[in-house]
Design a protein around this ligand. Structure first.
Ligand SMILES: Nc1ncnc2c1ncn2[C@@H]1O[C@H](COP(=O)(O)OP(=O)(O)O)[C@@H](O)[C@H]1O
Ligand SMILES: O=P(O)(O)OC[C@H](O)CO
Length: 501
């Protein structure tokens, strides 16, 4: 019987598919990592065929593990790494180049030029974002300018562009649907979040033909049927949201003032600001939290580029641990008399600094510093960065008050040590939910509620369950000293205000 919901979660390092039952519980999952390509310093690419291949593999794996057939799936929800873009040929479906990943910095000089030419206020006012290479707009411009023949083909209408959701929808529907949702669109630097449409003026500034772009739908909407050749039956795609917005939904942060923070490759804190468009005075982003029934709910977002990725570096780059789960235990053994700060600016710094040219740095090394101190500094950097975001949020959105409770999720929250240190540095409780796959749950909820099988907002919010609350226990003086030390380390890491190329 068609009663299960399938969520596809296409992340930065792996693709996942998760099957949920009618009680909104996880039945089975499939997950596959894929290769990261770093062709130059600051560049990050994915092969779109790897993305597609791992998605299809994960869906089949999840269904097989659950002993279900595709026919048992009532609807699919898609969630994805945001900002990452692909351009492909409409006729063949073949990408013209690798996907340029959100972490990729190749748009930095274009952003600088646009800033110098005075365009930043127009981009900020219309999109809620800043001129940073993080967003899709300058990545699309780079592809059009650098892939031979791309601009001419785009102008002839032969090419299609999109974020990863759009690419997956195109492939799943065998090229019948070219669509995205409002949350993914809101991360592109060319979508007007006030008027809810692609913005002609911004497209012209970046030289992007409108014919490349997908239609923009609500998050819970009809995104077409999967092609029969893929899973044997047609399955409706009924929900789409960028992964951080899907996590906001999955954490049931439907009320203004609620905050979630997700710790995967990066860390993204999202504060629901309701129907109000709050303009940040502290270099946070204004973005679309979700659009349901034609009504847009907005959010303030703080984006940190490196969180779990720093733990990956500890494992694969520095080779100080053999698996991510060892980091917490190692940090516990660190010498308490050493004060080490690690600023993981591997790909620059995101909110609230937005410094594309900064690079990672470590301070306070002594002859006694070893892997345990590195592990502690790495995990602590995530807590300090979150503190910077939450301080900025409190300044921007006065009504959020100081009684913040943070709902957390993502791979890194498995570390109790990190969560305790997070609560200590924030001086606020940190809530870890029972279902940690909140990103997939959010996507599943969009599809499940649209299909009528799952409850609407209130019923879904009532089902959110706490696994553990971490309460702050650090002494105030210790906390303040640590935060000041961190801020000093960040100041020393920032690049020149006007970097030289
Ligand atoms: N026990 C742990 N302690 C610290 N970090 C962890 C732990 N488990 C996983 N991670 C980190 O979490 C990240 C994976 O989280 P995930 O949510 O799957 O990321 P993404 O969706 O960005 O691919 C990795 O960067 C990994 O280093
Ligand atoms: O793949 P994740 O979970 O690290 O999320 C990536 C973000 O969507 C980038 O903005």
């Amino acid at each position: 019987m068609k009663k299960h919901i399938l969520a596809i979660d296409q992340g930065t390092t792996s693709s996942r598919a998760i099957v949920f039952d009618t009680k909104m519980d996880i039945v089975a999952a499939g997950q596959k990592e894929f290769e990261q390509h770093y062709p130059q310093s600051g560049w990050v690419e994915h092969d779109p065929e790897d993305i597609w291949g791992t998605v299809v593999w994960s869906v089949n794996e999840a269904l097989n593990t659950a002993r279900l057939k595709a026919d048992d799936v009532a609807a699919i929800g898609i969630t994805n790494q945001r900002e990452t873009v692909v351009i492909w040929d409409r006729a063949s479906g073949k990408p013209i180049y690798n996907a340029i990943v959100w972490q990729d910095r190749r748009g930095a000089s274009l952003c600088r030029t646009l800033r110098e030419e005075g365009f930043e206020p127009a981009f900020s006012q219309k999109t809620g974002l800043l001129l940073d290479p993080y967003f899709s707009g300058t990545k699309i411009a780079w592809l059009l300018d650098n892939v031979p023949g791309a601009r001419e083909r785009a102008e002839r209408g032969e090419l299609a562009a999109g974020t990863i959701d759009t690419f997956l929808i195109w492939r799943l529907t065998a090229g019948k649907v070219h669509a995205t949702d409002a949350t993914n669109a809101s991360r592109t630097l060319i979508y007007n979040i006030v008027e809810n449409r692609w913005d002609k003026e911004l497209l012209d500034i970046l030289g992007i033909p409108a014919s490349l772009l997908p239609q923009v739908h609500d998050c819970a909407a009809d995104y077409g049927l999967t092609d029969k050749s893929l899973f044997g039956v047609e399955i409706p795609i009924l929900g789409v949201a960028g992964d951080q917005q899907a996590a906001t939904i999955g954490q049931a942060c439907f009320e203004p003032g609620m905050i979630k923070s997700t710790y995967g490759t990066g860390c993204f804190a999202v504060l629901n600001t309701g129907k109000e468009i709050v303009r940040s005075e502290n270099r946070l982003l204004t973005t679309i939290a979700y659009r349901l029934d034609g009504e847009t709910t907005y959010a303030l977002e703080g984006s940190i580029f490196i969180a779990g990725a720093a733990v990956q570096w500890l494992r694969d780059g520095a080779r100080m641990i053999s698996k991510a789960a060892d980091a917490g235990e190692l940090a516990e053994q660190a010498d308490p008399t050493q004060t080490i700060y690690f600023v993981p600016a591997f790909v620059g710094l995101g909110a609230p600094h937005w410094d594309a040219d900064a690079r990672g740095a470590i301070y306070g090394l002594t002859r006694n510093t070893g892997p345990a101190e590195f592990a502690r500094a790495t995990l602590e950097s995530v807590a300090f960065q979150t503190r910077d975001l939450l301080d900025a949020m409190h300044k921007d959105w006065k009504s959020s008050g100081t009684n913040t409770v943070l709902r957390v999720d993502g791979g890194m929250v498995a570390s109790d040590w990190t969560m305790q240190r997070l609560a200590d540095i924030l001086d606020a409780p940190v809530d870890r939910p029972r279902i940690l796959e909140t990103t997939a749950l959010g996507a599943a909820w969009l599809a499940g509620s649209r299909s009528g099988l799952w409850p609407r907002e209130k019923g879904f919010a009532d089902s959110w369950a706490l696994e553990r609350r971490f309460q702050p226990i650090m002494e105030n003086g210790v906390r303040l000293k640590a935060i000041n030390g961190w801020r000093d380390a960040v100041k020393r890491t920032l690049s020149d205000p006007v970097p030289q190329d």
